[in-house]
Design a protein around this ligand. Structure first.
Ligand SMILES: *Cc1c(COP(=O)(O)O)cnc(C)c1O
Length: 379
């Protein structure tokens, strides 16, 4: 099955009771048993729920994996991955990553005796210096948030395999429409399904997809034992969102390209960070591991002035000033004061998250309206 068919049919079957084409929302906590232990495969909805299962099968299908797991948020999914580790274990992570991931690693799991190294991975061989016998996980985000750095998943995966380390990739920005990390050698793919997979800014959810049965069993155990699951209504919404992922992504990419080019030619703009530009330092890697470049773009203005950036985001009308990304509507954010506010200033500036940086999630509105909105806000 090709990708555009998988998003609609992958892992899905029609409802057994009445043939409903969409899976019913099984809003139930428990399931009748005829005699203790005899049931139709479902006992309690923390462990399994048919609507969630339909979604988990879709996650697996679109990432070309064998096993999918749904969680109550992207961070709950990341949390489940870190729970595979023990005190004394070490993790090598990208240094330019989602602020909430950084907070989870440093403010929660560091206190449980897990050591994190945050490093630049644009050159994958940088990782080797941080690998030792305690290293159990490499955590990669690509493209990175918000600097749009690109990391060579295949190159990182060969380092991980040589050292017997798990490789997890946060694929939230790219989505499986653009990039399929399991095919490139990753062991775990993670999503904030809150973003492009849901696609309509109306549900918070997380996803994991893996190929290895033992790893899947460990993660299912954690999902059930820790209990950070999502409800059936939210599962239904994300499943519905996935059915249009390919057409939405196609338009996100078209609009993203037009906005990136407009910004790059604007006299008030200093830098535009978008992997589609030939001048992007890892453009060739992006071209080889992604099928297009997406609708996430960051830029800075000349003079790097905090107040200018605030003025621009306030003046935007079609773009809404808001956290988050990946919905049908265009959003603008100011990472230094919003998504990355939890990262200390010196730390965030090291990775390029300076005061004038603005991040755009380019939506699927008419491109003329998006460009006109940016034009008036910049002027
Ligand atoms: C939003 C986001 C997360 C966290 O997901 P939630 O659903 O908000 O918990 C993790 N990684 C990336 C890249 C994100 O954009």
């Amino acid at each position: 099955m090709k990708f555009n068919t998988k998003v609609i049919h992958g892992g899905q079957e029609h409802d057994k009771a009445y043939g409903a084409v969409m899976p019913p929302i099984y809003q139930t906590t428990t399931y009748a048993q005829t005699t203790p232990g005899r049931h139709k495969g479902y006992e309690y909805s923390r462990t399994h729920n048919p609507t969630r299962n339909a979604l988990e099968n879709a996650f697996a299908s679109i990432e070309n994996g064998k096993f999918g797991l749904a969680f109550g948020s992207g961070l709950a999914a990341i949390d489940a991955v870190i729970k595979l580790l023990k005190p004394g274990d070490e993790v090598v992570s990208t240094n330019d990553l989602y602020g909430g991931s950084f907070r989870l690693f440093t403010k929660i799991y560091q206190d449980f005796g897990i050591k994190f190294h945050f490093i630049g991975m644009q050159n994958a061989s940088n990782i080797e210096a941080y690998v030792n016998k305690n290293t159990k996980l490499i955590w990669v985000e690509t493209p990175t948030n918000p600097m749009m750095n690109i990391i060579d998943i295949k190159a990182v995966s060969s380092i991980a395999k040589n050292n017997n380390i798990l490789l997890a990739v946060d694929n939230t920005f790219a989505t499986p429409y653009l990039q399929q990390p399991l095919n490139l050698g990753a062991d775990i793919v993670m999503h904030s399904a809150t973003k492009y997979l849901g696609g309509h800014s109306d549900v918070v959810m997380g996803a994991l997809t893996v190929n290895d049965k033992d790893l899947a069993d460990k993660l299912y155990f954690i999902q059930n034992a820790s209990g950070a699951i999502c409800g059936p209504q939210d599962s239904f919404l994300v499943l519905r969102g996935i059915k249009t992922l390919h057409v939405r992504m196609q338009r996100h990419c078209e609009n993203g390209t037009a906005v990136a080019e407009f910004l790059a030619n604007h006299p008030k703009i200093e830098n535009v960070y978008w992997p589609g530009f030939k001048s992007h330092p890892n453009h060739e890697i992006a071209k080889s591991q992604m099928s297009d470049f997406g609708g996430m773009i960051s830029f800075t203005t000349k003079g790097n002035n905090y107040e200018d950036a605030i003025k621009i985001v306030e003046k935007l009308n079609v773009f809404t000033l808001a956290e988050s990304l990946g919905g049908v509507e265009s959003l603008a954010g100011h990472p230094a004061s919003m998504t990355h506010g939890s990262i200390p200033k010196e730390e965030r500036e090291k990775t390029g998250v300076v005061d004038s940086l603005i991040r755009l999630s380019v939506g699927i509105e008419d491109i003329d309206d998006l460009i006109a909105d940016l034009e008036q806000a910049l002027n």
